[in-house]
Design a protein around this ligand. Structure first.
Ligand SMILES: NC(=O)c1ccc[n+]([C@@H]2O[C@H](COP(=O)([O-])OP(=O)(O)OC[C@H]3O[C@@H](n4cnc5c(N)ncnc54)[C@H](OP(=O)(O)O)[C@@H]3O)[C@@H](O)[C@H]2O)c1
Length: 346
């Protein structure tokens, strides 16, 4: 099953709004086939794993391991449960049931009705963590939210700077951390920043230092302060602007009317409707603090560099012990998980 999880991870960022899934075919304790779900609309992991087996006659004495329950409905591809029984596979081991309403246990039932032995719940917790974005989106009807910031050793995320500042941000974390951030961008459906960050840093919010797709860019500009010089308004990348003023942008920009009372909970509802399953929030401090105060966050990844600023924009604070701690170059990376986050789902 751990090999299924490794394979599934190869599809991260490419399958949304589908889950990531890996599958292996085992014959006499040897893996003879493996596959994963590469992209939305493409063949499922089970299909790729079965197709990869060189001698199909062995399938009848093999076990199929799947990180997620095989589907039972005609979606973009025919049901995997049907293929598995047609191939004569006798045993299937699954980590998680698929919470998607049209599957949700029916895949298992169809396999069992065809006389296949099915075992579920194998490494269940690890499977739930692997597909946390998907499970969260389906079960709680809001995107999975990951906060990320870099802070100095004395707790600042930037010096105080004015909009349009020509010098640009002082980098707190090292090159390797910035590359990691681009990898993370490629894994999420959307990326969001506050208006001040757009005005002071003018970020592009794309995936330049890693392979993979660009997330949808999002900002909440309730007072209509953004100008057309903002890179995120250049129309080259899918972008959603929540805005309090009527504006006509060209290119791949959608606007959503947001009056001054528009809050993050409203943003989350809209993003759910727009099938955004995860949001990577890259600051600044006010935006992070709003997410932290509302409880509408699930994970926070905080880099702490070696330098000190003595003064500036104060970093947000999470008064808990991190769940994970890594050293990356000279920086420290702490990962926090919000154990109450599901209380805020609908
Ligand atoms: N080190 C890092 O990781 C990092 C990352 C990003 C940014 N930064 C730095 O952070 C600084 C900007 O941070 P900041 O705290 O001043 O501003 P910010 O969080 O980027 O933007 C805050 C603005 O966003 C708008 N907004 C709309 N809805 C909001 C909501 N629900 N909650 C919070 N804000 C909302 C508000 O503008 P309206 O009142 O116009 O609606 C608010 O003033 C810059 O210096 C930037 O370089 C550092």
């Amino acid at each position: 099953m751990r090999r299924c999880f490794e394979l599934a991870r190869l599809g991260l960022g490419m399958t949304r709004t589908n889950p990531i899934v890996g599958a292996v075919v085992v014959h006499n304790d040897r893996i003879i086939g493996e596959g994963y779900h590469h992209e939305f609309g493409g063949p499922h992991a089970e299909v790729n794993a079965i197709r990869s087996v060189k001698d199909p006659l062995l399938l009848k004495q093999s076990t199929l391991y799947c990180s997620l329950e095989p589907c039972s409905h005609h979606g973009k591809t025919p049901p995997c449960s049907m293929l598995i029984s047609q191939k004569g596979i006798r045993r299937v081991v699954v980590s998680n049931l698929d919470p998607f309403p049209s599957v949700n246990g029916q895949g298992i039932r169809q396999l069992e009705e065809s006389g296949i032995e099915v075992e579920t719940g194998c490494l269940e917790e690890e499977g739930l963590h692997l597909n946390r974005r998907f499970f969260h989106y389906i079960n709680y009807k809001r995107p999975y939210v990951i906060l990320k910031w870099a802070q100095t050793a004395d707790g600042f995320i930037d010096l105080e700077r004015e909009p349009g500042d020509q010098e640009g941000p002082r980098w707190i974390s090292e090159e390797v951390c910035r590359t990691l951030v681009h990898k993370w961008r490629s894994e999420e459906s959307a990326i969001m920043v506050g208006t001040n960050t757009v005005l002071t840093d003018n970020p592009r919010l794309n995936t330049r230092r890693w392979t993979g797709g660009n997330p949808v860019r999002i900002t909440l500009d309730r007072r209509g302060r953004l100008t057309n010089s903002a890179h995120i308004l250049d129309g080259t990348q899918d972008t959603i602007v929540f805005t309090g003023v009527q504006r006509n942008y060209s290119g791949k920009i959608r606007t959503v009317h947001a009056d001054p009372s528009y809050e993050l909970v409203d943003v989350m509802e809209e993003l759910y409707d727009q099938q955004i399953i995860s949001v990577f929030v890259e600051g600044g401090a006010q935006m992070h603090n709003s997410f932290l105060a509302s409880g509408l966050w699930d994970e926070a990844r905080v880099f702490t560099g070696k330098m000190s600023f003595s003064q500036g924009v104060k970093a947000p604070e999470i008064n808990e012990k991190p769940d994970e701690l890594f050293n990356i170059g000279d920086s420290k990376l702490e990962v926090f998980r919000n154990r109450d986050s599901t209380l805020h789902g609908s």
